[in-house]
Structures are given as structure tokens and as C-alpha cells.
Design a protein around this ligand. Structure first.
Ligand code: NDP
Ligand code: 2IT
Length: 441
């Protein structure tokens, strides 16, 4: 599929080295395809081996995490941290605790993070980490012991100027608190080594809301510029019911949208009236609390509901070709991604064939990490900004990301293709920094 010889060679090399890593290959393949027009015009990239260096993490750590459960039994999990690219700043990116976590998932997330962080305009490199630990059904004490064991190894590799982790699936305020406490205990220093911290110990206002709010700010600007439209009166479906989904629902509603369905990994909820979510509950429980709501088993069914706007906010590859076709058939006009890589390549093809306004994850969900960057700034300044100040900066960043991606799509001769635009705009800054710094990594 890659016409450019240099990029085809790079991709073949990644394939040969990362054989079974399907998610990682998917993420790399999409970016390399988008880069073709830019790479054709910039032979220095091949001369200095920039793209092949970008596809290989600077460092990949895997470690054992042993801990004792509430029954006194020893449990063993696997921990990861990929330090993907530090050309424009310290490694930055979340930690995911979910049984599906493996090397491929961590590498795809780390690779995406490099371009996403570049798009924010803030000086952050890309990293990601996590574990196959499943927090579901675990007590607070078990989660704490796991986090302490995980951090005992991770602390050797991170630091406020080196690598700054945060949350992702299965890692929220509770986990960040336990991880931070353990880091402090090991190092005897209080620094902004993690983001997503509680407000009482260095966290930033708006960080919990940031990914979901940012997704809606991005979507709003895209609707305004590309369709002279808004959220007002639109029917919205939002998959997931975690951090990103909850605050996307809140902001979409504030902007005049009607959120009619949400989901978790078991099923989806067809919500007729406004719902209030309670933490760590199951989606299936809400039918008892909300009159008019209907629960259905199987989370993919959510894409079969009619809507104007779909905001996937659960996980990778949650929308396949079939689901994308259903969305189109039911009148959906906009898909903006809160989750990382929620659409398969075949689904993306369906979007473009049908004129869907498609906001790719690395642009649309960058509000979380952008606000993490603002948390780092506040930690360095030893100041806390107000909610309004952080929210205004977040809105500004998301608006700029849309325009950078849109302008880059025009410059590449693919006007309105925000996937190409986001990939190219994110790439250029990192590539320029790598060229300037020589072949060190
Ligand atoms: P949470 O853990 O808070 O919530 C995850 C939600 O997604 C839950 O509703 C969960 O359902 C559902 N989910 C997870 N895995 C699957 C699966 N395999 N199939 C179906 N549903 C699933 O995570 P976040 O809200 O933080 O993250 C959601 C997405 O957003 C992820 O892709 C993440 O990478 C991305 N993201 C997060 C950012 C952040 O700041 N937190 C920033 C940018 C992107 P269940 O409870 O049943 O597991
Ligand atoms: O995917 C992501 O951008 C995140 N999980 C947030 C990372 C961060 O460092 O805030």
C-alpha cells in the first residue's frame, strides 16, 4: 500500500521486527501512509533515518510486579513503560491497567502519544506504560499494594525532567495517589513526577475533565469551520462510561447536544433521560435508577443506534467496518475519537467514502495530555491556576490543534482529511527536533 520506497522499506523493517504486534503495526501503518506526500518533498528524512528512528522506541522496559492479595496469596503481573521519543521534551503519557495490556498495546499507545503530544504545542515527548493487572473487583488495599510494587520498579526510570506518567484505562485519581505516595517514599522528594494528581498535592483543576471537554471543544471547532454547524440539538452517542466518556457527556450536553447512549465492556445503555453516573458501577445498574433507560448486552450494539455525532470513548478498535457502515446508514455525520485508535482502518475508509467529518484520536483527545502539560507548568511555578484559566487554555489548545491539522491537510493536498493533517503536523515538529539534535538515538 505504501508507494514511497523509503516508507515502504521502513514499514517492512517494523513488520519484520514486530511480527505479532498487531496494534503497533496498525498505528505505524496509518501514520506512514499519511506522511507520503511530505516525505516525497523532504529527502533529508531518509538521509538522516528519521522515520525509522521514530518507529523504534528509545527504550522499552518490562518488569515483574509481585504483590500480595487480600487472601495473602502472591500475585504476579507484568509491568511496562515505553519511552518512545524525547526529541521535544521529557517522555509523557499515561499508564493503563487492563488485562488486555501487552507489548503491542503499550507500543501503539506510546507511538501515538509522540504525535499527539507534539500537536499540543507543549514541550512533551511521548511515552506510555501500564500492566495486565485488572483492578476490577480488587479492594482499595489490593490496588494500593499493586501500585506500590509497580512504582518500586518504575521509580528507577522516571522523574520530572525524564518521564512523567499519568492515567489511562484503569488508572484514575486513586491509582495516581498510591503511585505518587510510593514514589515520594522511595525518593524522599516532592516533584511533579506524575500528572492527574489530587488537588491537595499538586494536581490541576480541569485535569479530570480535560480529555472529554477537549474532545468536545475540538468537535465544536471542526463543526463550526467545516460544516458551519454546532452541537446544538444534535443526537450524540458516546461509548464507554469512564473518565473520558463521563466528561465528554457533560460537555456535549452543555453545548446543546443530546447524549442518548453510553456503554461499558458488557453492554450499552439507551438513555432517554439524563443520567448521572456513579463511579465503579456497571452500566446495567442504571436502568433501575433511570426511568426510560434500556440496557442491552454487547457493547458494539451502540453503533447501531441513530445519531448525528458519535464519540467513541472506550478503547482501541471498538468501531469496525460493519459498525461504521451502520453509523453511516443511520445518519451519523461526525465521528470524533476520545479513545485511542477506536476505529479500525476499514472503519476509517468507510468514514472518508461517506463524507463523515472524522476527528482522529491524536488530535481530538489531546486535551488530557495537554492539561497534564499545564499541570507540569503549575508544579514548576509552584502555583495553581483557577478552573476558568485552565479551561480557557485547554479550549485554546484544542482550537489550535484543529486548525493546525486542517491547515496541514490543505498543505498536503488533502483538504479536510484531518487524519493526514494531524499525522503530518505532529510529525513535522518531532522530525525537525530530531534533525537538529543529530543521530544520538
Ligand atoms: P476508564 O478506565 O476511566 O474507562 C474506560 C471505559 O472504557 C470503561 O467504560 C470500560 O468499560 C470501557 N472499556 C475498556 N476496555 C474496553 C474493552 N476492551 N471493550 C469495551 N469497553 C472497554 O478509561 P478512560 O476513560 O481514561 O479511557 C478511555 C479511552 O480514552 C482509552 O482509549 C484511553 O486510552 C483514552 N484516553 C484517555 C485519556 C485520559 O486522560 N484518561 C486521554 C486520552 C485518551 P469497563 O468498565 O467494562 O471495563
Ligand atoms: O492517551 C493519553 O493521552 C492519556 N492517557 C493521557 C496522558 C497524560 O500524560 O496525561
Amino acid at each position: 500500500m505504501l508507494k514511497n520506497e523509503y516508507l515502504a522499506k521502513v514499514y517492512a523493517g517494523v513488520q519484520a521486527r514486530s511480527g505479532g504486534e498487531a496494534e503497533f503495526l496498525q498505528a505505524v501503518g496509518e501514520v506512514l501512509e499519511s506522511l507520503e506526500p511530505y516525505v516525497e518533498k523532504h529527502p533529508e528524512l531518509e538521509q538522516w533515518g528519521v522515520v525509522e528512528r521514530m518507529c523504534e522506541p528509545e527504550r522499552f522496559l518490562q518488569f515483574r510486579v509481585a504483590w500480595v492479595d487480600d487472601e495473602g496469596k502472591v500475585q504476579v503481573n507484568r509491568g511496562y513503560r515505553v519511552q518512545f521519543n524525547s526529541a521535544i521534551g521529557p517522555y509523557k503519557g499515561g499508564l493503563r491497567f487492563h488485562p488486555s495490556v501487552n507489548a503491542s498495546v503499550i507500543k501503539f499507545l506510546g507511538f501515538e502519544q509522540v504525535f499527539k503530544n507534539s500537536l499540543t504545542g507543549l514541550p512533551m515527548g511521548g511515552g506510555k506504560g501500564g500492566s495486565d493487572f485488572d483492578p476490577k473487583g480488587r479492594s482499595d488495599a489490593e490496588v494500593m499494594r499493586f501500585c506500590q510494587s509497580f512504582m518500586t520498579e518504575l521509580a528507577k526510570h522516571i522523574g520530572q525532567f525524564t518521564d512523567v506518567p499519568a492515567g489511562d484505562i484503569g488508572v484514575g485519581a486513586r491509582e495516581i495517589g498510591y503511585l505518587f505516595g510510593q514514589y515520594k517514599r522511595l525518593r524522599n522528594e516532592v516533584t511533579g513526577v506524575l500528572t492527574g494528581k489530587g488537588l491537595s498535592y499538586g494536581g490541576s483543576l480541569v485535569r479530570p475533565e480535560a480529555t472529554g471537554y477537549g474532545l468536545c471543544y475540538f468537535t465544536q471547532e471542526a463543526l463550526r469551520c467545516m460544516k458551519q454547524d454546532s452541537f446544538e440539538g444534535k443526537t450524540v452517542i458516546i461509548s464507554g462510561s469512564g473518565n473520558v466518556a463521563i466528561y465528554a457527556t457533560e460537555k456535549a450536553t452543555q453545548l446543546g447536544g443530546k447524549v442518548v447512549a453510553m456503554s461499558d465492556s458488557n453492554g450499552y445503555l439507551d438513555v432517554v433521560k439524563e443520567i448521572k453516573l456513579q463511579r465503579r458501577g456497571r452500566i446495567s445498574e442504571y436502568v433501575q435508577q433511570v426511568p426510560g433507560a434500556e440496557y442491552h448486552e454487547g457493547c458494539a450494539g451502540i453503533w447501531g443506534l441513530p445519531c448525528d455525532i458519535a464519540l467513541p470513548c472506550a478503547t482501541q478498535n471498538e468501531i469496525n467496518e460493519e459498525s461504521a457502515k451502520k453509523l453511516v446508514a443511520n445518519g451519523c455525520k461526525v465521528v470524533c475519537e476520545g479513545a485511542n485508535m477506536p476505529s479500525t482502518p476499514e472503519a476509517i475508509t468507510v468514514y472518508y467514502e461517506n463524507g463523515i467529518l472524522y476527528g482522529p484520536a491524536k488530535a481530538a483527545n489531546a486535551g488530557g495530555v495537554a492539561t497534564s502539560g499545564l499541570e507540569m507548568s503549575q508544579n514548576s511555578l509552584r502555583l495553581s491556576w483557577t478552573f476558568e484559566e485552565v479551561d480557557a487554555r485547554l479550549k485554546d489548545i484544542m482550537t489550535n490543534i484543529f486548525h493546525n491539522a486542517y491547515d496541514a491537510s490543505k498543505a498536503c493536498g488533502a483538504e479536510g482529511n484531518l487524519m493526514v493533517g494531524a499525522n503530518v503536523a505532529g510529525f513535522i515538529k518531532v522530525a525537525d527536533a530530531m534533525l537538529a539534535q543529530g543521530v544520538a538515538y
